[in-house]
Write a protein that binds this ligand. Structure first.
Ligand SMILES: *Cc1c(COP(=O)(O)O)cnc(C)c1O
Length: 457
C-alpha cells in the first residue's frame, strides 16, 4: 500500500546493502562470454588474470552466484557517501503538470560526481588485496578517472590514467582533481605506448576516443610488473558493483510501498543502468513483477538503436578480448560536436542480451533536447545534472508528458547519475545557442560496422 512519500527518502547506514546482486545468476539466456581474439574460444581465468585482478576476474566469469558479499573495507568507504538519497520529483511533476509520479536516485553526491565511485572503490580494494602496486585505466569525460584516483589514494595504490585527448584539453579541472588525489594523467593517444604511436600515425591530429585510451591503458598495465588494468563500465563486474544503486532504490521505494512502472537510465557502457535495473529485472525474469525498462543513448552514438549485435573488440587498438554486444564498430568515434558523454562504441554484454531478448527497450535522443531537459530539471529540482544523466531526464520527462496526455498515473524511476559541475563548456554552448545535433548517416555506420571481426557465434 502506497503511503505519503517525503521529498527525499533516506536509508540509514545500517540499511546499506551487505551484498551486491549478480543479475546474471537469474538470466535465462546468459550474456555471451568474452572471446580470445586469437583462438575465438571463451577467455579463461588464466588468460584474464595478467590484465585484471584475480577476484575481479572471478566476478567477471561468474554467471551463477546470486549474491557477492560486500567486503567490510568497501562498506566503510561507501559510508562516506552512501546510501544515496532517492527523491520524489514533486517540483518536476508540478512543472510538467503530469499525473505521473517521478522518482530519481542521485549518485552525484561525492567528489568524483558520479556513480563510478561505487565500482572504483571495489576495484581498488581487490587490487590492494592482491598486493599490486597500482592500476591503469582510461577516462573519457573524466568521471571514472576521478573516481578511481579517489579510491586508489584511499587504498594507497598508484593510479595511471589515460584521458581522451579532447577531454584532457577541455576539462583541465577534472585533470587537476585526479592529480590532487595523486594520479598521473596522460592525454590519449600518446607517444608513450606502441598502440598510441600506431593510432597517431594512422590518424594524425585525432582528438582520441575511449577505445584508443583503453588500448593504451591495457598496454601500460601488461608491460609493468605489479600493475593491472581496470575499467569503469561495460564489464560484468562493474554492473555487479553498481547493483548497489538498484538495491538501495528498491529498499527505499519498498519502505513506502511504491512500485515503479517504468525504470529509465542513460546508457554509455551500461553500468549505471545495469546496476539500477538489476533487482527489478531479476523480479521480472522470475515472473514476480513486471516493469518497463528504457535505455537512453545519444543520437550521435546509438549503439542499441542502430548498432549490430555481434562480437566486437572493446577497444580501438584491438588488443582486448572480443565481447558480444550491440556495437557501432570499435573504430567508431562520435562527431566532435557531441558534448554529452556516453561516447563508447559498444554496450555491456548483459544489457545487450536483455535488449536482444526483448526484456528492455532503448531509444536515442538528440543533445539539444537533452540539454533542454537538463535546464528544466536544474531550474525546478535544483540539482545541476550531468549531460549523461540528462539523457535519462529527457526520457523521464517524455514519459511523464505521455502520461499527461493519456491521463495515466504511472510511476517512473530514473537514475540521476551525476552532477554537471565539470560540464560547463557544454552548458555554455547550449546557453549561447551554439549547440547542434549530429546524427551519423547510415553510410557512416555501415562503414564502421563493415570492419567488425568475423566471428561465427
Ligand atoms: C560514465 C557516466 C555515465 C555512463 O556510464 P554507464 O556505464 O553507461 O553508466 C553516465 N553518467 C555519468 C554521470 C557518468 O559519469
Amino acid at each position: 500500500m502506497e503511503q505519503n512519500v517525503p521529498y527525499k527518502i533516506y536509508l540509514d547506514e545500517s540499511e546499506l546493502p551487505k551484498a551486491w546482486y549478480n543479475l546474471r545468476a537469474d538470466m535465462k539466456n546468459k550474456p555471451a562470454p568474452l572471446l580470445n581474439p586469437g583462438t575465438l574460444q571463451p577467455m579463461t581465468f588464466d588468460e584474464l588474470t595478467p590484465v585484471f585482478c584475480e577476484d575481479l576476474v572471478r566476478q567477471e566469469l561468474d554467471d551463477t552466484t546470486r549474491f557477492f558479499e560486500i567486503p567490510e573495507e568497501i562498506r566503510q568507504f561507501y559510508k562516506m557517501y552512501r546510501p544515496s538519497p532517492l527523491t520524489r520529483a514533486y517540483f518536476l511533476e508540478k512543472a510538467l503538470g503530469t499525473p505521473a509520479k517521478i522518482y530519481y536516485k542521485f549518485e552525484g553526491n561525492n567528489t568524483s560526481g558520479s556513480h563510478k565511485l561505487n565500482s572504483a572503490v571495489a576495484q581498488a580494494y581487490y587490487a590492494k588485496k592482491q598486493g599490486l602496486r597500482g592500476v591503469t585505466t582510461e577516462t573519457g569525460a573524466g568521471q571514472w578517472g576521478t573516481a578511481l584516483s579517489m579510491a586508489c589514494s584511499y587504498f594507497g595504490l598508484d593510479c595511471q590514467v589515460y584521458m581522451v585527448k579532447v577531454s584532457y584539453e577541455q576539462k583541465p579541472f577534472r585533470r587537476e582533481v585526479m592529480r590532487t588525489y595523486g594520479a598521473s594523467v596522460t592525454p590519449s593517444p600518446s607517444e608513450g605506448t606502441a598502440v598510441g604511436r600506431k593510432i597517431l600515425q594512422e590518424h594524425p591530429g585525432t582528438s582520441g576516443s575511449l577505445g584508443c585510451a583503453i588500448s593504451e591503458a591495457v598496454e601500460a598495465a601488461t608491460s609493468a610488473p605489479g600493475y593491472r588494468y581496470v575499467l569503469g563500465s561495460v564489464l560484468n563486474q562493474v554492473l555487479l558493483h553498481q547493483s548497489i544503486i538498484g538495491l538501495e532504490a528498491k529498499a527505499a521505494l519498498d519502505k513506502y510501498g511504491v512500485q515503479p512502472d517504468i525504470i529509465i537510465g542513460c546508457a554509455g557502457g551500461g553500468s549505471n543502468l545495469g546496476g539500477l535495473i538489476s533487482p527489478f529485472m531479476g523480479e521480472k525474469i522470475q515472473g514476480k513483477a513486471d516493469y518497463r525498462f528504457i535505455a537512453v543513448e545519444p543520437a550521435s552514438c546509438p549503439s542499441f538503436t542502430r548498432g549490430k549485435y555481434a562480437y566486437d573488440f572493446c577497444d580501438t587498438g584491438m588488443v582486448c578480448p572480443l565481447s558480444k554486444m550491440y556495437t557501432l564498430g570499435s573504430g567508431f568515434i562520435p562527431s566532435a560536436n557531441h558534448a554529452g558523454g556516453l561516447r563508447y562504441h559498444g554496450m555491456s554484454s548483459v544489457l545487450s542480451q536483455l535488449y536482444h531478448d526483448g526484456l528492455m527497450e532503448a531509444r536515442s535522443v538528440e543533445q539539444t533536447k537533452v540539454f533542454e531537459a537538463a535546464q528544466l530539471f536544474a531550474r525546478v529540482e535544483g540539482t545541476l545534472p550531468a549531460p549523461e544523466s540528462s539523457h535519462a531526464i529527457r526520457a523521464a520527462i517524455d514519459e511523464a508528458l505521455r502520461c499527461k496526455e493519456a491521463g495515466e498515473e504511472k510511476t517512473i524511476l530514473f537514475g540521476l547519475t551525476g552532477t554537471g559541475y565539470f560540464d560547463m563548456t557544454a552548458y555554455q554552448k547550449f546557453n549561447d545557442g551554439q549547440m547542434s545535433d549530429y546524427i551519423p548517416t547510415d553510410e557512416e555506420l555501415a562503414a564502421s560496422l563493415a570492419k567488425l571481426p568475423k566471428v561465427e557465434a
